[in-house]
Design a protein around this ligand. Structure first.
Ligand code: RUQ
Ligand code: CUA
Length: 651
């Protein structure tokens, strides 16, 4: 391994300097074309780009519209065919975007191109507005399958596919904090399963094996002792990280593969054979300086059928109930002519990896190296030396993190340090010398320091190629100052016109902190309007089925329907110390009429969408009168929608 070069330090220090400089630059930008509108200040650079968005001859009012996304009519602009990217009031978006929420532990659903936030789907964290984690079913899921943590750290939302296209069934997302994977049902837009992945810490990457989502992969980032029960504490060489193959139907972990080095992001190939991860820390160090010493790390290419054959043959060790296959470089399974993991050497700590829509290349973004590494998937299968599968290495700029595709042969890579997105030509990169900048088509400034970016349907075989969202980590001066904890900035860029070039369309502040996203055509998802009671185990309480039943000395079961503007019982009488179980069904069939059922001082909070049934169990340990009330504004008599819980003191 080579020595730690000063280059890395310079790069990082230079970046820190640059971050502090941005503010100053903006403060004394004499030559800025400053257009002062509430919440919007446009500098010359943006002004020029916005001008391009609507045609150079268009009046400046047009530029402002394009930037703010506001404006009156939803119509084509005068300059001949350029889209204006507006979604007028009452109109619907073309796409759903599913964004992770980082350590808020949720998924956010946004419309594109309007960038309107439509919904937040709580995943790893209880959320009172939707009652998630407050009813028995979801609180048990968080407690039991979920392991009982109060939060999670979502990074990579990936939507299930069939035949390399979105099938509208599920979205999956990782929990980096506690090593979990969750599934979101896209009929109801709610989390319906969580698996706590054994033998894994820091589940970072998440993605599907395509074409048909045979597995969802959780990519373990942190190396830990195997098993992590107090052994090998001071022997980092004995630590390991794994990928976990999860069955999307059962959410069962089918097998894991342990490897050398940390892993980071992952992406599945399009033909069911390969699964790729990036990684750092080939040094097996435990400190930052140790992890950045070597000039090379790897992209690891997992040969899925070869791994399945190893599992089939019993070539594994069962650890915590999961078959764990040895995929380290020394493993006997890597010595044959069909190794289970191929270690492709790449420069310094590559970060994102994504497979091109045609499945021909896996492209890893260099992070601490200014290049992307283009790996030829077919060559990988044949080459004796995996390094021979590297067919391109364009120099894209400083701090390349993630790469997305438009389906027209272009790749788009975020440059964290340069605060730009670079658009480059994939085939030109294959033809060019390593390190050449020739494949670069253009770059656009983003504000500021982008992490992920995602293009419409970029993870499928057939991207739409019109919109790109750059998920910028810092917003600095782009929005009204809300104090030190500033929003991030999700910027919408139009990429549908190769002649005009990339066009910055919109800034969207977002709360900490989206990492990755998937953008899915709206017509590929068919959410329900009301629940179908037969989809759930809970018993539906129709009008006439209500009852208050004393089960034994200390247990009462209340079954109630809920509708405008009443609960089935004006009062519910129990004894101090009773365990009270409430089963509540919203019998409304009208879409969007949701009722709440909140009980003060007992921490009860149910949200009942039409035809939904929820159950909650609590101990009535404080005598008194407690007004059960509706927490969703449902009608003119919403405030009067009440009932009394009367807890009688025991003698
Ligand atoms: S990572 S900013 Cu969690 Cu996807 Cu790259
Ligand atoms: Cu029911 Cu408000």
């Amino acid at each position: 391994m080579t020595e730690h070069t000063d280059d890395t330090d310079d790069t990082i220090e230079g970046h820190e300097r640059e971050l502090s400089a941005v503010r100053e630059e903006h403060d004394d930008a004499d030559d800025d074309v400053s257009l002062s509108l509430p919440g919007l200040s446009v500098d010359r650079r943006d002004f020029m780009k916005a001008g391009a968005a609507v045609g150079a001859a268009t009046a400046s009012a047009g530029c402002l519209d394009a930037l703010s996304g506001g404006g009156s009519a939803d119509q084509e602009t005068a300059s001949g065919g350029a889209k204006n990217h507006k979604v007028a009031p009452g109109e619907l978006d073309d796409y759903y975007a599913f964004l992770s929420g980082g350590h808020s532990g949720e998924i956010r659903v946004m419309g594109v191109p309007s960038m309107r936030e439509l919904l937040r789907i709580p995943v790893f964290t209880p959320e009172p507005a939707s009652g998630y984690g407050y009813d028995d079913r979801t609180s048990e899921m968080l407690e039991e399958e979920g392991g009982g943590y109060s939060w999670g750290d979502t990074h990579h939302p990936r939507v299930s596919q069939t035949d390399n296209d979105y099938d509208g069934r599920w979205a999956f997302v990782n929990d980096k904090a506690n090593g979990r994977m969750a599934r979101i049902d896209l009929e109801y837009f709610e989390t319906d399963a969580i698996v706590d992945i054994p033998n894994q810490q820091g589940t970072h990457g998440a993605c599907c094996l395509l074409p048909d989502t045979k597995y969802v992969f959780g990519v373990g980032e942190f190396r830990v002792p195997m098993q992590n029960d107090g052994r090998d504490l001071d022997d980092p060489e004995a630590y390991t990280s794994t990928i976990a193959a999860i069955n999307p139907e059962t959410m069962n972990v089918e097998w894991e593969v342990e490897v050398d080095g940390n892993m980071d992001n992952g992406d599945g190939g399009k033909d069911g054979r390969w699964f790729f991860t990036t990684g750092y820390n080939s040094e097996h160090a435990t400190t930052e300086s140790g992890m950045t010493k070597a000039d090379r790390d790897w992209v690891k290419a997992f040969d899925v059928p070869a791994i399945e054959a190893a599992v089939e043959n019993g070539d594994y060790e069962e650890i915590n109930g999961v078959p764990v296959v040895d995929g380290t470089r020394e493993s006997s399974l890597n010595q044959s002519d069909r190794p289970i993991v191929r270690y492709v050497p790449t420069p310094k700590s590559p970060h994102g990896v994504s497979v091109t829509p045609d499945g021909d290349y896996a492209i890893a973004s260099g992070k601490l190296d200014p290049t992307c590494t283009v790996i030829d998937v077919e060559k990988l299968a044949e080459a004796d030396d995996p390094a021979d599968a590297i067919v391109g290495r364009p120099r894209v700029g400083m701090g390349p993190l993630h790469t997305a595709y438009d389906g027209r042969g272009h790749a788009y890579t975020t440059l964290f340090i340069d605060s730009q997105v670079a658009k480059w030509d994939i085939e030109a990169a294959v033809e060019a010398e390593a390190g050449s900048e020739d494949p670069i088509v253009e770059k656009i400034d983003v504000h500021y320091n982008p992490g992920h970016l995602i293009a419409s349907e970029s993870y499928t075989a057939d991207p739409e190629g019109d919109y790109l969202i750059s998920l910028n980590k810092l917003s600095k001066d782009r929005f009204l100052n809300v104090g030190p904890l500033k929003p991030e900035n999700d910027q919408l860029i139009y990429i549908g016109d190769d002649e005009e070039g990339m066009q910055l369309v919109k800034d969207k502040p977002s709360y900490a902190e989206p990492h990755d996203a998937s953008i899915v055509s709206a017509d590929k998802i068919e959410p329900a309007d009301v629940y179908d009671p037969s989809d759930y185990d809970a018993e539906f309480v129709a009008e006439g089925d209500e009852s208050i039943e004393r089960i034994d000395d200390s247990t009462v079961h209340v079954k109630t329907y809920v509708k405008r503007n009443e609960y089935a019982f004006p009062e519910i009488r129990v004894q101090e110390g009773d365990e009270v179980r409430i089963t509540a069904s919203n019998v409304e069939e009208t879409s969007d009429i949701t009722h709440g059922m909140a009980i003060p001082e007992y921490d009860v909070d149910l949200a009942l969408a039409p035809q939904d049934t929820r159950e909650v169990t609590f101990t009535a340990d404080e005598p008194g009168v407690y007004w059960v009330y509706c927490s969703y504004f449902c009608s003119a008599l919403h405030l009067e929608m009440r009932s009394r819980l009367i807890v009688e003191p025991s003698e």
